[in-house]
Design a protein around this ligand. Sequence first.
Ligand code: NAD
Length: 495
Amino acid sequence: MKQIHHLIDGAEVAGTSARTSPVYNPATGEQTGELALADVGEVDAAVASAKAAFESWRDASLAQRTKTMFAYRDLVDRNADAIADALTAEHGKVKADALGEVARGLENIEYACGIAEMLKGDLSVQASTGVDVMSIRQPLGVVAGITPFNFPAMVPLWMIPNALATGNTFVLKPSERDPSPAMLIAELAQEAGFPPGVLNVVNGDKVAVDRLLVHPDVKAVSFVGSTPIAKYVFDTANANGKRVQALAGAKNHMIVLPDADVDLAADAAVSAAFGSAGERCMAISVAVAVGDVGDSLVSSIRQRIDKLIVGPGNDPSSEMGPLITADAQARVADYIQQGADAGARVVVDGRDRNFDGDGFFLGASLIDEVTTDMSVYRDEIFGPVLSVVRVDSYAEAVDLIRTNPWGNGAAIFTRDGGAARRFQDEADAGMIGINVPIPVPVAYHSFGGWKDSLFGDTTMYGPEGVRFYTKAKVITSRWPDPATSTVNLGFPTNS
Ligand code: NAD
């Protein structure tokens, strides 16, 4: 069985805590790996390595940092297939999806290749007589990243490129459920030429996270995961004086207006609700059918679900893979029952699909006539379940988004430009899609939600990422008038 260790000070280090956690292939249900879980001493060793590396990495020239970033970009690109295979093997998502995930991560490395442009700073010459004022941004020091299972390659790459390019050093704590893609990404960083200690990986659970949140040498924490843990991470790290950005859970609504192209909306709903088995923070989990569009929308989605091929991620014909664990499979199945018990209409029941073997598969489910008091509406299910809520008007639909505690993404499908324009103004969420179901911004914009989807005030990657990983310094300087200088500069003297 594969043993998965830590990466500290540029080398793979076997765990010493004697605590381990199983890693599964979700498509077969087999345990394929054993992950070392760090104790406090191992976390401290990683932070110490990062702290020592910071002394020289912060002074590495922009030219050197850029060159290393380009080399890293090249290596990740050349190894995209291997990273995607590692991803499919431990997360379960289909290979095409896994390759898409690596591509989105790569875009963040490409963005960070332009770091010299982003760190140029500002200068006001002659702010007062003989006085110049300059603003620069400097790195923070050792920063930590704590990442979720659902994007085990992309989310670390939301953080690492900007953190390193701005001159910080990094300690990553990946999800314990699918750690291999992050390990691969970190090994490629060593190969690219980042000096030892600039990027460390400690594998672990709450013990490792809790140490990072209070460690005096960790200056900032980037977190992505569920809402309760995001809030805990934000509160704890913040109370310990750290800069924190904690991206959290979601319940994303997709409004379909009566004038929408129903085929387009149904295609979008199916790919956004069931892609990656619904284990995406930007997955659509609620379709809001406005007016009389409900019946045709539900029947179009149903037809598409009937054709959806669910199978192992490494089978090229599969369109949706398994869930991450047996627990997740049971939890999601239970939500379908709760929906039925509460009086919703289960149009397609994913529990009816039969699968060979012991993989953590569940078919896609469509639940109609859902109301806002039901648990299928209230909770983040994080699985392949799409609820349909029917309302009479656009105003009611927007109100659902406004009153929902989460605000990661929201989408509208319509042919009406005026309605779309109103929606982009009124929808209470951080990322808005207009005829786009998963509006994940590109690397040169930043990513993050509102309300219970984000704790902290800086979103991730892009310009906000650069801002998060740097602190501002303003330098005001006055030099003597050259005419009064004691050095002979060739000016006529006053005498
Ligand atoms: P999770 O909150 O269970 O775990 C995230 C990280 O926190 C992991 O590294 C885990 O080891 C650690 N952790 C878990 N429990 C902890 C505890 N009690 N104390 C300290 N650390 C703990 O999330 P997950 O199940 O891995 O990922 C799915 C969740 O992440 C969903 O809620 C999803 O919406 C969210 N997510 C959000 C975004 C976003 O951008 N907003 C992106 C991806 C995923």
